[in-house]
Design a binder for this molecule. Structure first.
Ligand SMILES: *Cc1c(COP(=O)(O)O)cnc(C)c1O
Length: 320
């Protein structure tokens, strides 16, 4: 059992996550120092930003004596799996609305194995999450609503703590975004500490500029927030062979496993920007490894074709 701020949680959580320097010839050549915040090491299944996002939501649920977490996600959602695992560890019930037709893939199977009840929901109904919640759980006094991806002020609070853990200030921080909640939290943390760090966000989805207004709902935006919306590879969870090969090469060159939905796009973008001399000599750059390595499962067959053996590095979808 580990003590996390406000409450006791019966789960092995590794915090603060380590910061490591990454050495690649390109970084030397450009006179840059590149570091990674290893949030992927926080927990194998409640990984990366997902624990930070859930932490204060769980605190709130427990305080309000709600013991049934109800949340939302796509068929390969890292958030669903994280919620299922955290619920089980905390002795809570968990239900999830899964977007789209009924499928069973390794991630959803793992959610079930951890005791989560799945409700497959057509895309139209899925849009109105509050309506779904009240239709199914309106009479359940113990049900606790958690928005898709955990998006909430509580999640922003949890993600802001990442900044307080850093050993020193960086010139640039890079972070991938889906809902933008994690980025909003990191930005909040930067502001709270009064740092002169520039936050760069790489949206994992198409037309990602809208994230600017999402983030502005949580924090006051200034010039030090930059969106790089052109590294989405066609849209959310879309990946080209080039991107998958990049993920394989990154692992070979650095020993750090990433996935194509978020961190692959983030690093592909970062490398391009470095090659285009976007940074000053001497700059220190930190990228956040937001974890989500179970998302690799969605690309297992493609990876098997590209690089036999690579899939052996995948995270087993079982309790540790
Ligand atoms: C969920 C997830 C994100 C997106 O986080 P948001 O707070 O929704 O922007 C980024 N990276 C990984 C690996 C994720 O699993």
């Amino acid at each position: 059992m580990v003590i996390h701020g406000l409450f006791l949680y019966p789960m092995e959580i590794r915090l603060p996550s380590p910061v490591e320097q990454i050495h690649l010839p390109l970084f030397n050549e450009k006179g840059l120092e590149v570091f990674v915040k290893r949030d992927d090491l926080i927990h194998p299944l409640v990984s990366g930003n997902k624990w930070r996002k859930l932490k204060y939501l769980l605190t709130k649920a427990v305080k309000e004596r709600k013991n049934h977490l109800v949340t939302f996600g796509g068929a390969f959602s890292n958030h669903l799996l994280a919620t299922a695992v955290a619920a089980k560890a905390g002795g809570l019930k968990a239900s999830a609305f899964v977007r789209g037709e009924k499928v069973l893939n390794p991630v959803l199977q793992a959610c079930r194995d951890f005791g989560m009840t799945l409700h497959f929901t057509d895309r139209l109904s899925y849009r109105d999450k509050k309506a779904l919640f009240s239709e199914y759980f309106g009479s359940d006094q113990t049900a606790f609503f958690i928005d898709e991806g955990g998006a909430s002020a509580e999640a922003v609070e949890g993600c802001a703590e990442l900044i307080a853990e850093l050993p020193h200030a960086f010139d640039h921080i890079f972070c991938a975004a889906g809902t933008g909640t994690t980025a909003a939290g990191i930005y909040k943390g930067i502001q709270a500490k009064g740092l002169h760090t520039r936050l760069h966000i790489v949206p994992a989805l198409k037309d990602g500029l809208f994230l600017q207004s999402v983030i502005a709902e949580y924090v006051d935006l200034e010039e030090d927030l930059v969106l790089h919306p052109d590294f989405h590879f066609g849209g959310y969870a879309k990946a080209s062979t080039e991107l998958l090969q990049f993920v394989i090469d990154w692992h070979r060159d650095t020993g750090i496993l990433i996935e194509p939905v978020y961190t692959g796009k983030l690093l592909y973008g970062l490398i391009q920007l470095i090659q285009q001399d976007h940074f000053k000599k001497g700059d220190q750059i930190l990228w956040v490894h937001t974890g989500g390595l179970t998302g690799l499962e969605g690309f297992r067959n493609q990876f098997d074709r590209l690089a036999p053996g690579f899939t052996q590095n995948f995270i087993p979808l079982r309790a540790k």
